[in-house]
Write a protein that binds this ligand. Sequence first.
Ligand code: AMP
Ligand code: MG
Length: 396
Amino acid sequence: MSAVSVEEHSAAVETVLAALATRTAHRIPLADALGRVSFADVRSPVDLPLFRNSQMDGYAVDSRSVAIAPVTLPVSTIIAAGPVEAAVLSPGSAAKIMTGAPIPDGADAIVPVEDTTVHEAGSVTIERRRTAGEFVREQGSDVRTGTVLVEAGRVLEPRHISVLAAVGFGEVDVRSRPRVAVVTTGAELVDAGSTLTPGQIYDSNGITLAAHLRASGAEVVSVLRSSDEPSRFREILDAAAQSAELIITSGGVSMGDFEVVKDVLRPLGGNFGSVRMQPGGPQGITVFDGVPVLSFPGNPVSTVVSYIVFARNIVRRAAGLPPILSTTATLHESVVSPPGRRQLLRGRMRDDGRVELVAGPGSHLVAALAWADVLIDIDSATTELAAGSDVEVWPL
Ligand code: AMP
Ligand code: MG
């Protein structure tokens, strides 16, 4: 791969990741389904309400017996919400009833408790008249058996989970998530939380890529780290390829002496070279053991920019999530950009809706990445933009 444009490299990534979009159904507990994507239309197996029930705490009556009010009726029974024998209202009486309890046969209206006066002798005065159907929740008045409750492709939110539980589903078929492994490389890397010796740094790319992937709807099957030793990297890659449909590597792809990713994968058919963008110039694509491998440079900003530019929307599409698109913003300050390379600068949206630069273009500036909320996209032909110009920005 000689230097190619972002579009050319994106097209190559699309091709190698095409199979990721084919997903299967995965049956999971409804309790775990938040944020997952429904695989198929889900139809209601029942009517809702499931049975005719009371909308109020009050008295179930035959509306004909309360056509003229006030009227005093004997209280023949009490019906609570919960398992009940089929109840029948004795003619000319009232049945005390709680919200959600089944309405007895022979009753067609509910008188709310607020409209009654109770007498010690077991009778109740209905203070105002009620007509048939008042405060009665009819079976199926919410939804009928067979109606689609949640369409295929919906990202399941609490409201969808609510209706699926209400009709009795304990499980739901969701779209399987793309399974991705992350492999970081570098003899200098150790886990955050451990003690550093001179020359070591914390591995932030592994955890960062995993977080980005999860946010894109992927299942991160492993986050592994290799030294710069080719045999070790090969072992780790073999392990990653066992369960992943996509492997993302970081580091070891540029022009140094110990570029383990490039050194191992190029002889296996990997395509390594330079993309005309900054940061994130050195890139690689390999199919290893049938598993596509995207190789990003190790600088933390380069890794993240590479993920966003080349992989994020592909992973999201496979996961069934909508793409994250760029928008247009107005530059708060002037910007210069080297010719011949697409620049992705860290920017921050201001309260006035304009975008300002955050720190410089250095791809090691990881704190500035945290302060930024967009990437400012400047095409390779542009070398200068005045304050007030329109630019394309990508949400981070
Ligand atoms: P490389 O692409 O391997 O040449 O690495 C470029 C720079 O990124 C070096 O300063 C590395 O120490 C740093 N780097 C590489 N991998 C990581 C990582 N996983 N976490 C943090 N920094 C890294
Ligand atoms: Mg390295």
